[in-house]
Design a protein around this ligand. Sequence first.
Ligand SMILES: NC(=O)c1ccc[n+]([C@@H]2O[C@H](COP(=O)([O-])OP(=O)(O)OC[C@H]3O[C@@H](n4cnc5c(N)ncnc54)[C@H](O)[C@@H]3O)[C@@H](O)[C@H]2O)c1
Length: 277
Amino acid sequence: MDVPGYALITGAASGIGRACAHAFANEGSAGLALLDLNADALDLVKGEIETVISKRQNGVINGHGPPQILTYGLDITNEKSVNSVVNEVAQEFGRIDYVVNAAGIAIKHQGGAAFAKTSDWQRVLDINITGTFFVLRAAAQVMLKQEPILSSIDGRPLQRGSIVNFSSIQGVVGITLSTAYTTAKHAVIGLTRTASEDYAGQGLRINAICPGYTKTPMTTKNSDVLKAMEERVASAVPMGRMGDPKEIADGVMYLAGGRSSFVTGSALIVDGGYTSR
Ligand SMILES: NC(=O)c1ccc[n+]([C@@H]2O[C@H](COP(=O)([O-])OP(=O)(O)OC[C@H]3O[C@@H](n4cnc5c(N)ncnc54)[C@H](O)[C@@H]3O)[C@@H](O)[C@H]2O)c1
């Protein structure tokens, strides 16, 4: 996927963010900064990646050594922490080539919009929109000052930086009992489009990914929710199954890396056909 540079991934302790961390490492990225609220789980992910890499011949991927891995426990809604961690990562690595804004939460409102609690609404918007914006803003400031990365395939200059924001199928369609989440994921596409316009001429690409129902702790931790979801998936998703986090990470790799060098402001739907119905 042509991702030789340095990646910063939020929500990297679990689910799709974790799968993205593995994917960047497997595809030969030089460094990974893994960010999440859950610092202990981040250490586990770091250990998993180091184990996978060490099992390869001499730990060599795409002609160079294993990726440098940094971990940071932080809350992406804390503006000061985000600014300081993003700047620290830029100093440690010398640059940040790819940002994956995967941290997010989902809350269902029993009874729908009429009964949604203000605290739930605020929390979902704070994390899914404002946190994503804080990370995008801090990273864009770093990226705009750096020279374009060179392709690991043919040496041509690629983007100055590439940011992938996490929307959802709920960024393009509504799903019941999801007032705040659906609103937030629509907003992430708006943020992506306007910011991509701001910097398209300066070599900074900004895209969104819209996963469909995907098997991660977000969707599987409650067995009742999972059962209801699997029933819905069987009839509503043309492929008749949930996605694997690795399948979403493959879309992220495409948007982050050189293979998508002419793509910005887009929202890539990876949903087994759900939104085509
Ligand atoms: N799983 C799905 O079906 C699905 C579908 C569409 C979109 N998404 C989106 O994909 C992204 C990843 O979801 P997932 O399914 O892997 O979820 P997950 O719950 O497995 O992982 C989310 C991670 O984000 C972290 N996080 C939450 N709030 C945070 C905060 N304030 N600061 C820092 N980290 C925080 C959590 O600790 C967790 O490790 C989310 O943005 C989600 O909305 C998921």
